[in-house]
Ligand binder design. Sequence first.
Ligand SMILES: NC(=O)c1ccc[n+]([C@@H]2O[C@H](COP(=O)([O-])OP(=O)(O)OC[C@H]3O[C@@H](n4cnc5c(N)ncnc54)[C@H](OP(=O)(O)O)[C@@H]3O)[C@@H](O)[C@H]2O)c1
Length: 343
Amino acid sequence: MSNKAAWLKAANERPLVIEDAPMPNIGPREVMIRNRAVAINPVNWAIQAKAIFPVTYPFIGGNDAAGEIVQVGSEVNNFKVGDRVIAACWADGTTEGRSNSAFQLFFSADAKAIVKLPNHISYAEGSVFPLAMATAASALFQPDTHGLSIPQVNAKSQGKVVLVWGGGSSVGACAIQLLVGAGYDVAATANGRNLSAMKDLGAKYVFDYTKETVVEDIVSTLKGLDFGGAFCAIIGPDILRCGQIADQLGGYKFVSTVLPTNMPTQAGLPDGVGTCNVWGDTIFKHEAGPAVWEKWMPAALETGALKPAPPPLIFGNGLEAIQGSLDRWSEGVSYQKVVVTLD
Ligand SMILES: NC(=O)c1ccc[n+]([C@@H]2O[C@H](COP(=O)([O-])OP(=O)(O)OC[C@H]3O[C@@H](n4cnc5c(N)ncnc54)[C@H](OP(=O)(O)O)[C@@H]3O)[C@@H](O)[C@H]2O)c1
């Protein structure tokens, strides 16, 4: 076995260079995976194009992968060689962290951050989940974030409605499905062309965010219901619109966001409306992590309660296609996840 990676050799350099890479070393609680599909996240583009994080060069990026396990660590007893899995990689920018980065043929992953993929879901479909799911779960279910009840098989109704702003994004699509899995009624905003897809994911109320009246429409529809707060999956002024809605609806006046924890929390929210930033990997340091990744996700994938969303837009095959897929993402997506297969 030998490895190859799509390397970022220096800040802002392009294209990525396809060259040999060391085979990953796995720790006792890790697995080694032969990669079969990777998905593109905004941060992958921003690290190359904007150098937004300090990383050690040469760097291997990539957070979302799906493939088959080829080696298991000595303390891993819930996975075996040959299992088809999805994996969240942290690509943390350190030399040691290169091993746990998705843009290569073989990589290591923490056994806590992988989920078995049922045979009816392809690697390309499975690759849409990892970072988006981890980010949505971190924002929604930790006591230091939104603090909502965690999803479980056959969850009872919570009798509350939660707003997801940006349900057409990867993080938003995961948030809708997590909240439905936890027994919440979901109200979601998306572009008008994607509203029926939001319903397919389980949203009970859907609103076109491009309409000028969207805030009033949401408030008038949800008024009188027990409001469980809003999750804004889009960075920008929409966080303030979610704040206005939470303020007017009462109930739990809280807006969780996808602003990274190394940025200031959103200023300008109405008095009394709480908020939080999030870092996608914190769910694995919290008890909600195993509840979501080890219990709910495998069962929900098997039954179809959790659907791969947004659907993969397969850009190409092979590590050579990753640069083009980053460029494709930067041109804009609408309820699509850009994916590269690695057959
Ligand atoms: N803090 C963390 O750890 C963390 C981790 C992951 C992601 N993030 C952040 O989370 C955000 C979402 O990431 P992602 O991967 O989910 O993005 P994405 O899938 O690329 O988002 C694209 C989608 O967002 C929708 N959208 C854009 N502007 C919108 C608006 N104003 N209102 C509603 N929907 C809107 C688009 O809708 P249309 O269909 O209308 O075009 C499109 O479908 C990004 O800002 C990302 O940087 C943070």
